[in-house]
Design a protein around this ligand. Structure first.
Ligand SMILES: [Zn+2]
Length: 273
């Protein structure tokens, strides 16, 4: 009979203590032996005393994790640490979120003149929350390359794809020409919306320019995906044509106050003002 070797299983470190624990259903409170002057003493219940270096190291790590905690007699309970009363409420989580967002200056202007899916995409892009390669890598998703789908010269980031890469930069130059420089080479979505909404978000010209900003971001992203997933190239002039036709369709369908003509629109979006 051939010599059969037991397969060697590499047990993850956190599990090594669990394997020698006698009772797998123990709670933390079951292991507390005594609370003396704020110091907690634990009573471990091992099947056999920890002896191997790896198990002793795990035990040392566990002790250092538990050391700063102060236990008190009584039942376990949930505590909401984000307000003084320690009671959870929806108001407290709203205040907590507002506080954590206080430093973020960008306030997205939601527009009824832009399809909701596009508006949401632009909002997420402003939050740096679209699936560019650098962000996917941060999430632990493995990719063969992290470089820009268009130029391959640098890592693909949100800002590079939508503003810095040559194809994006040239597209924004064309947008500047078309809008008579009311939108002029922005470096970010925040800056593009600031230029567009200079007359206030309720003003029709601002709403129209904001729709053009949203369409530009949207069409650049679609073009990036076309290159990334289908290997198809495009150029700024073609993207610009798509921005013009897309915004014309959006505004004729959604901005009832406007009476747009396609030939006038593609020549000058401000002609009706
Ligand atoms: Zn690039």
């Amino acid at each position: 009979m051939a010599n059969q070797h037991k397969p060697k299983i590499n047990v993850p470190r956190p599990l090594r203590l669990y394997l020698i624990e006698k009772s797998k259903s123990y709670l933390v409170s079951d292991t507390i032996l005594s609370l003396i002057s704020g110091t907690t003493h634990f009573s471990w219940n091992w099947k056999s005393p920890p002896s191997s270096p790896s198990v002793l190291q795990s035990l040392s790590q566990l002790s250092s994790i538990l050391q700063p905690f102060r236990f008190s007699p009584g039942f376990d309970r949930w505590v909401w640490l984000r307000c003084n009363s320690r009671q959870f409420s929806t108001g407290s989580i709203r205040r907590s979120l507002e506080q954590s967002w206080a430093d973020f200056s960008f306030k997205h202007q939601w527009s009824g003149w832009v399809p909701r899916k596009v508006d949401i995409f632009v909002w997420k892009a402003a939050l740096n929350d679209i699936p560019v390669k650098t962000e996917l890598l941060k999430c632990g998703i493995s990719l063969p390359f992290s470089s820009c789908s268009w130029c391959s010269a640098t890592n693909e980031t949100t800002n590079h794809t939508l503003f810095v890469c040559t194809i994006a930069h040239k597209t924004w130059d064309l947008v500047a020409l078309w809008t008579r420089h009311h939108i002029s080479s922005p470096a970010s979505i925040d800056q593009a919306y600031s230029q567009a909404s200079i007359l206030g978000p309720a003003n029709n010209r601002s709403k129209m320019l904001m729709a053009i900003v949203a369409a530009t971001v949207w069409e650049l992203w679609k073009s990036r995906n076309m290159k990334e997933f289908e290997g198809r190239n495009t150029h700024p002039e073609r993207i610009m044509e798509d921005i013009k036709s897309e915004t014309f369709l959006w505004l004729t369908a959604r901005a009832k106050v406007l009476d747009l003509e396609w030939n006038d629109w593609k020549r000058d979006p401000l002609y009706w003002l």
